[in-house]
Structures are given as structure tokens and as C-alpha cells.
Write a protein that binds this ligand. Sequence first.
Ligand SMILES: Nc1nc2c(ncn2[C@@H]2O[C@H](COP(=O)(O)OP(=O)(O)OP(=O)(O)O)[C@@H](O)[C@H]2O)c(=O)[nH]1
Ligand SMILES: *[C@@H]1O[C@H](CO)[C@@H](O)[C@H](O)[C@H]1NC(C)=O
Ligand SMILES: [Mg+2]
Length: 573
Amino acid sequence: MFGAANAGRILIAVVLLWLLLILFIGGPLLRRNDSEYNVINGENAELILARLSRASSELGALKAQNEELRNLLQNYIPIEAQIKKATNVLNEDSQQSIEALQTFEASRRRLAFNINELWHHLRTRLNSSQMSAINEHRNNLLFEIEQISDRDYEWRKSELRKLANYLNRKINELQNPKDCKTAQKLVCQLNKGCGFGCQLHHVAYCFLSALATQRTLILDSHSWRYASQRVRKATNSRWDLVFQPLSDTCLDDSGSTRSHWRGNDRHVQVIELPIIDSLRPRPPFLPLAIPEQLSTKLQTLHGDPFVWFIGQIVRYIMRPSKEMQAYLEKSKTKLNFKTPIVGVHVRRTDKVGTEASFHSLSEYMYFVEDYYNRIDLFNERLQKQEKVERLVYLATDEPSIWTKEVKKYQNLGYKFIGDSGIAKTASLGNRYNFDSLKNIILDIWLLSECDHLVCTFSSQVCRLAYELMQTRGLDTKAKTKIDWSDAFNSLDDIYYFGGQSEHNQIAVLSHKVREKDEINFKVGDIIGIAGNHWNGYSKGLNRRTLESGLYPGFKTIEQVKTAFFKVFDEPEK
Ligand SMILES: Nc1nc2c(ncn2[C@@H]2O[C@H](COP(=O)(O)OP(=O)(O)OP(=O)(O)O)[C@@H](O)[C@H]2O)c(=O)[nH]1
Ligand SMILES: *[C@@H]1O[C@H](CO)[C@@H](O)[C@H](O)[C@H]1NC(C)=O
Ligand SMILES: [Mg+2]
């Protein structure tokens, strides 16, 4: 039990403690004024108490602020999440807008494509007088689509230019590493047992593998079969006679470790790449895959993203040497090459009956005429008075076309430019000579500079020209075409890359067999496309039912494959 005295002592102790506390807390407040005020001075007690109460209310305020801060801190994560959410909304928005654009652009292109499919359907079923009305309808519709695509022309052009610049910067960085001794390398032998176009495509395949694995491509052109008589002993410069080397700083294929392709083994410095046909294991980046990092943009901006991508690579590979550049310019002037012009490539000699069927010049000229009729109608709609000259750039390995087949069309007002002498250098006996090499490069180059191509895509020569064509139009202020994916008529195959993986389409409409040789499919079925018969029907394999046969081309759309390309693995600027 506490006694009264005890209670009193405790009370005194508490008071003393309280005073000590006041001194302790209030000390800092008072010390400054120690000389003026005395703690024990009763006069100042009120002041002290006032200060104390102010201090205590300040403490209260601080406590409240502290509480607020604590709340804020507790809310910090939700706030962060909120910020994230807001950015997501922004991204979603821009994502949505690029998706909306992608849908719009794809739809615009499909519209033109399907008008052409309808036209192919009709032209193979109706007679020429019926077709003359339909041709006008079609060309008039295509004019309106041209008007629609004008809306976003500048935007598409600048975006595509940015993409091309970015890709070329990456290529240049990869091909010119800081230290060639330690750089990771991919070695490509230029010894594939095939012709010029095939060999260039071999290098292009090596190049895209180099981009996908982020390895500097080293080209070994020792055993190139072209221009062999021009090369003095112990040089490795056949390639350099016509093209620039693939690197300014790194042409040496040596390294600390070396192996054949077994996948992209990062521990091996130098990997030797076999030809695409014998590549095992087959990586996902093989044609017709495009880099996933460029995929959305490229699919929005271009009608055939893979062809654009490989076109950029082929253009880098085919950068002409000084000597070749001079030859190209001289020939272009001599031939009086100018636009508008349609490029016709007629591949005959060894190709006919082995890898492709014979096609007379008239089959090509049918599409040339169609092209110029369209230009005439467009010009009428634009109220341009003058009729364009019907120019044709003729490239062929068959000299007799110049002497036997062009006359008929010259009489109809067509003007052919080209050189029958070039065709003579393309004969089988001369094919690997230096002149022949220069001339096939010239022909490919000029074909790629035409406004429209009519050829057989079974020929690698024409596919090369078509690929190169895709890179055009971005470096000029003039309002040129920028998406050249539809600027061709092939008399046989659709575009393909030798050794490519499955080329698939997706059914967007179901199909029930109506005539013999057709196949059934449901919406969403995957169809492996083998070709287009250019009569409204394509041929393919339904991968679900394994049925193979014909189907209307407008019922499917392309399935664009994407793959990881290591060289683009950084945020795009
Ligand atoms: N100058 C010229 N030569 C051509 C042309 N078309 C074919 N050639 C010749 O044919 C060669 C190409 O055919 P190939 O050697 O079989 O090459 P490829 O890559 O298999 O090409 P394709 O057989 O056409 O698929 C060229 O090197 C030329 O010699 C052409 O239009 N102009
Ligand atoms: C084309 O076909 C239509 C309808 O069958 C026919 O009336 C017309 O005479 C044909 N014209 C020619 C040139 O064959
Ligand atoms: Mg060939």
C-alpha cells in the first residue's frame, strides 16, 4: 500500500521529472535566449508555457504530416501501379492506333489484291469484248484505291524510311565490329552449285542468319565460278570486281574456336554455315520469317514484309564496285533508260522444259498492255492530256526474241529498250565470263528500276530484281511509289525463297468444293500455299484435313511468320 508520504514523494518526483522533461524539450527553444531569459524567472514562465504549447501544437502538426506521409508511402505502390496503368493506357492507345492502322492498311491492300483476283477470275472466263468493259471498271476502282492510299502517303514513307535506315545502321554495325579478332563470325562459302541468282540468294540467306545470330558475316568467295578468267593467281577478289566487300574492317574468318552450324552456339567464335537445303537444325529465322522486332511496323507499312526485308539485305550485298557502278551508269545512259517503263524478263535457254514452261513474248505483253491501259485511265482521271510512251525494258537470255518476237509489238507502238548483245553474252557457253556477269547484274539492276515487272517468278533472276525493287522510292522527295509489292505479274510461280519453310495462309472465309480439284476448309484453317493459277484460284494443302487442291484466293490471307533476330534486340530509336 502507498502511504501519504510516499504519494507525496512520488508526486514531487513526478513534478521534478516533468520539469526536467520541460527543460529537456524546451531547452533548445530557450537556450538561444539564455542570456535574456532565466528558466526559473517566474516572469518568463508564461512565455515558456506559450512556447511549449506552440511546440506541442507544432508537434501535433508534424504528427499529422507524418501520418499523411505514411499514408502516401502506403499508397506508394498503388500510385506506382496507377502510373503504370496510365502508361499502359497510353501504350494501349498507341498500340490500338497502330493496330487500327494495320487493319486499315491491310484492308486497303486486300481490296486491291482481291479486285485483281476477281479480274483474273473473269479474264480467264470471258471473251475480249466482255473484258474491255470489265478492264475499265477494274482500273477505275484501282484509281480510287490509289486516292485512298494517298491520305497517309507521307507518314508511310517517313516510317518506312526510318525502318530502312535503322535496318541499314544495324547491318553496318554488325559488319564492321570494333575488334575483328574477337568478333563472333558466321562464314558463308560462295560455292553453292548453282547460277547467279541462286548464289546471291545463298549469300542473302547467310546474311539474314548473321543478323538473326548477331554475327559478322564473312564471305569466302574463293571458289566463285563467275569471272574466273579475270582473276590473277592467289587473289580472293572475284567478288570485288563487281561488288563492294561486305565489310570495311572485317574480312578475316579466323577465330579462337570454330565449328560447323549446330545452332547458334555462343561459345563458338566462328561458325560455318552450310547451304540452306542442308541446314540442321533448322532455326526459326529462316525465310519467310521476318524479325519480330520490326514485325508490327513492317506489316503495317508493306504488302510483303519478307520481300522488303530480304530486299534491303540484297541491296547491301549488291552494292556495286566502282567499276560496276561506272558500267551501270554508262549503260543506263547508252540505253536511254527512263520511266515510266515496264520491265520484261524472258527466261529461256536451259530453263525451258527443265525448271519452267515456255512462254511466248505475247503472254508477257498481255500484262504490259494492261499496265499501260491502267496508266492511261489514271492519267485521264487526273486530267493529264499527254499519253505516255509505252516503253519496255527487255531482259532475256534468248537473243532470238529481239529478232523474231518484238516486231509485232513495235508495230503496235511499243518501244523496247535493251540490247540483244547482252542476251548473247548470256548464252550457256559464255555464262561465267566477266562480261556475262556484268550484264546479268545490269539487267537485274535495270529491271529493279522499272515501274512494273512482268516475268516468271520461277527464275531467281526476276525474284532478285523484284526484291531490289522494294528498296526504291524512299530517298527521293518526289511522290514515287513506296510499296512495290504489287508491281509485278508473274506468269508462273508466286514469290518464294529457295529453301524456305512452310508458306501458309489462313482461311478468313469457309469454302465448300464446287468444282473438281477444289478443297474444303473452315474459317481459321491453315492452308499451305503452293501457287496461284492467276485465274482467281490458288493451289494449296489444308493442313488440318490434308486435302490438296484449288481454292479461291480471296478466301485466305497471308500468315506472316516472325522470329527473333538478335541484332535488333534493343529498343528501337
Ligand atoms: N544478261 C542476262 N542474262 C540472263 C538473263 N536471264 C538469264 N540470264 C543468264 O542466265 C544466268 C542465270 O541463270 P542460272 O545460271 O541458272 O541462275 P539461277 O540463279 O538458277 O537463275 P534461274 O535459272 O533463272 O532461276 C545468268 O547468269 C545469265 O547468264 C537476262 O535477263 N539477262
Ligand atoms: C462474247 O460473249 C458474248 C456473250 O456470250 C457474246 O454475245 C459476244 O458475241 C462474244 N463476243 C465475241 C467477240 O466473241
Ligand atoms: Mg538456274
